[in-house]
Ligand binder design. Structure first.
Ligand code: UT7
Length: 326
């Protein structure tokens, strides 16, 4: 059994935060941010959480697929910024969209999360276990940022993207996924500390100190991405028995325009094959690929039979490149 791509949906919070605004709160400038990253604006939520945005994106994908939510067998939400430890985001989406026959869980793989989630859905479908999957990437990164740290707060944004996929007789889906935990310190954000009656209070941060924020060794991540991602793209194209000429688009995680340009150069591909929207939305981690696919879909850029590379990379370190046939 193979998998087909039925529909997409996305949701971005209304509040736009531009580089000018950020230059008033930290020592930065529109010139620095746009020339080093390509980012000009991002959306920041002032109320809607990860599950709420995920459900809104999902509702659009379900409406466009014209399916009964009761036919959805599985919901996977890729996120590193859930609203709660419990319940998981996918269960909240399930209740909101009325997909009461679905099995629901979240998946955490930072900016590779959506590609990993899509591969998980594919594995269930390929094995004949499920027929219809709702796969979502949703992030509220604004709550994980130190808004006094100019090296991170200018990079990220909030948003959600969703996709309905279904079992199909035909289709192409080839992947190269990988992780390197030895480089776990390159991108971090601690969650809760170990705290119980057996742990001495002196060793346990309290109050504000328990809050931790995203920290990134930007150059290390940059170098890892531009070295690893072109190789995985070449590997996946070879696995699928295709050539680069067969690829219509390279839909990469929207972290930095210079990363995309560098990957394009290494592959000797025109930059036009690398759609971007990071100028408007910044880096939305697991949500960036499904948001971009939805925007492309709405502009009728995706045609049946198009071969598209999806590639996510980030904390862990993790990476995942998949060749799909739309
Ligand atoms: O989504 C997960 C995957 N993440 C990525 O793929 C991100 C990969 N990394 C990057 O995109 C880039 O490394 C960054 C955009 C994060 C940083 O760009 P960079 O060209 O690597 O800059 P840098 O960190 O080397 O910093 C250069 C200078 C430093 O000043 P000095 O030491 O040269 O005086 C920084 O302090 O720029 C300074 N700087 C800033 N200046 C103005 C850092 N952030 C800012 C800022 N505004 N916002």
């Amino acid at each position: 059994m193979e998998m087909r791509f039925v529909s997409t949906g996305s949701y971005l919070p209304e509040q736009v935060v531009d580089n000018e605004f950020l230059s008033q709160i930290v020592d930065t400038s529109d010139e620095w941010i746009s020339s080093r990253t390509g980012i000009r604006q991002r959306r920041v939520t002032i109320g809607e959480g990860t599950a709420c945005m995920a459900a809104k994106a999902a509702a659009k994908a379900i409406a466009r697929a014209d399916i009964d939510p009761m036919d959805i067998d599985i919901i996977i939400v890729a996120t590193m910024s859930p609203d709660n430890c419990l319940p998981n985001t996918a269960c909240e989406v399930q209740a909101e969209v009325g997909a009461m026959n679905a099995v629901c869980f979240d998946l955490s793989a930072a900016c590779s999360g959506f590609v990993y989630a899509l591969n998980t859905a594919y594995s269930f479908i390929k094995a004949g276990i499920y027929k219809t999957a709702l796969v979502i990437g949703s992030e509220v990164l604004s709550k994980m940022l130190d808004w006094n740290d100019r090296s991170t707060c200018v990079l990220f944004g909030d948003g959600a993207g969703a996709m309905i996929v279904q079992a199909s007789e035909t289709g192409i889906f080839e992947s190269v996924l990988g992780s390197d935990g030895t480089r776990k310190d390159a991108l971090t954000c601690a969650s809760r500390y170990i705290r119980n009656p057996l742990v001495s209070k002196e060793n346990t941060p309290s109050g504000e100190d328990t809050l931790d924020y995203v920290k990134m060794e930007g150059q290390e991540v940059f170098k890892f991405v531009v070295k690893t991602i072109p190789l995985t793209i070449q590997q996946v194209i070879e696995k699928a028995g295709c050539t680069q000429e067969d690829i219509r688009y390279y839909v990469l995680h929207q972290a930095n325009q210079r990363i995309l340009e560098s990957v394009a150069k290494k592959l000797k591909e025109p930059i036009e094959k690398f759609p971007m929207n990071l100028d408007k939305y910044g880096n939305t981690s697991a949500a960036s690929i499904p948001i971009l696919l939805d925007k492309m879909n709405k502009k009728n850029m995706l045609n049946r039979g198009d071969k598209i590379i999806l590639s996510g990379f980030g904390g862990g370190l993790t990476w995942g490149t998949t060749l799909i046939e739309w």
